[in-house]
Write a protein that binds this ligand. Structure first.
Ligand code: GLY
Length: 357
């Protein structure tokens, strides 16, 4: 997806549409920055990040650094009890405990920080940032990450919402016909105790990447990970190079979806390298999907046609403000905010078209 940043063209377009007055103010703000040599900003996020992208762009337009903006954006999603894939309200591990993973990367200083399997802290992305800024490490996990967060004044709280607890209980009661946990049923109920496909495959996450007015690039990825995972399971989100990668000379990439597949492919760093070699963000994301499809050989992970039976989605932008996304299966969208309109959802490219039912 190529974007052009010609102010005259933009004003003509908006005026023709009859909304010039609405956008002229916002655009004039950006023009002032452009006159002082600033770059056209952009924020992208996974589809659950419309609000996050809007918040991040608001801060970028105020002149804030892209990482400040990204963390402020994803923090909204981490605090949202309605999003059951991230932070508060995230679906728990198999013991009913919410465990969070997050990473951040700051392009201009070439630094990054991550936390994994962190319990009781609503904003793992903020803890990841403190790991980056206040330690000589990159990744802290589990109890150590929690103690570190406590030391830095993060408040501990129960992250398991009633809705997430009910979903976990339902999963546990339907997991296996060979244990004693059963869902509520009566004498006529059939077919209980089978694995719930939808629950088994629940991998939510938010990835958000941004270019700020200075042309600096940053990103963050935060998640409660695979629903009902084995305690201690870590996905791709906190692994720099897999669930997130930023190179200030090139751009940023991140992912959502089946982390195990992406951990084996380290796709985000590959996407950034593909962009460095001249690929568009969308083409680079598509190459990452192709690599995962090629690398997946276990029959239990393939459909009857030999295609992955799971999805992974990638989101990327380059320093010029071009952006794109791709997923293994059709139907994915991602959020974009270019600072001149509200956040919007854009179709991602894909490898395979889902059969319509
Ligand atoms: N991509 C998120 C996860 O697998 O945990």
């Amino acid at each position: 997806m190529k974007r052009t940043f010609k102010r005259r063209t933009f004003l003509q377009t908006t005026a023709t549409a009859g909304v010039g007055a609405v956008f002229a103010g916002k655009f004039a703000e950006l023009k002032l920055d452009a006159a002082s040599g600033d770059h056209r900003p952009v924020v992208i996020a996974s589809a659950n990040g419309l609000q996050a992208a809007a918040r991040a762009m608001e801060l970028i337009k105020q002149g804030k650094d892209a990482l400040d903006a990204v963390i402020a954006g994803v923090s909204l999603v981490e605090a949202d009890p309605e999003d059951n894939s991230v932070g508060y309200g995230g679906l728990p591990n198999e013991e009913g405990v919410v465990e969070l993973d997050a990473s951040v990367m700051h392009g201009p200083t070439g630094r990054g920080g991550s936390v994994a399997a962190l319990r009781n802290i609503m904003h793992p992305s903020q803890v990841a940032r403190v790991v980056m800024e206040r330690t000589d490490h990159v990744l802290l996990v589990g109890e150590g990450a929690l103690r570190f967060a406590r030391a830095h004044g993060f408040k501990e709280e129960n992250l398991l919402t009633e809705e997430a607890r009910q979903a976990w209980l339902k999963w546990k009661e339907n997991l296996s016909p060979n244990d004693d946990w059963l869902p509520s049923h009566d004498i006529n109920t059939k077919g209980i105790g089978k694995l719930l496909e939808a629950a088994r495959r629940h991998y939510g996450t938010i990835n958000c990447n941004a270019v700020d007015l200075q042309g600096n690039v940053s990103g963050g990825t935060t998640t409660s990970g695979l629903a009902f995972k084995i305690p201690g399971r870590v996905g791709d989100s906190p692994i720099l190079g897999a669930g997130l990668y930023v190179d200030n000379e090139v751009g940023a990439a991140g992912s959502t979806g089946r982390g195990e597949a992406n951990l084996l492919a380290c796709s985000s760093v590959n996407i950034v390298e593909f962009m460095r070699q001249g690929k568009s963000p969308e083409a680079a994301c598509r190459l990452a999907c192709e690599r995962i499809a090629r690398q997946t050989k276990m029959k239990r992970l393939l459909d009857d046609d030999g295609r992955p039976n799971f999805d992974v989605k990638f989101y990327a932008l380059n320093k010029r403000g071009e952006f794109g996304g791709a997923s293994i299966w059709s139907g994915a969208k991602f959020a974009v905010n270019t600072g001149d309109t509200e956040s919007r959802l854009v179709d991602a490219a894909f490898l395979y078209k889902r059969a319509t039912r």
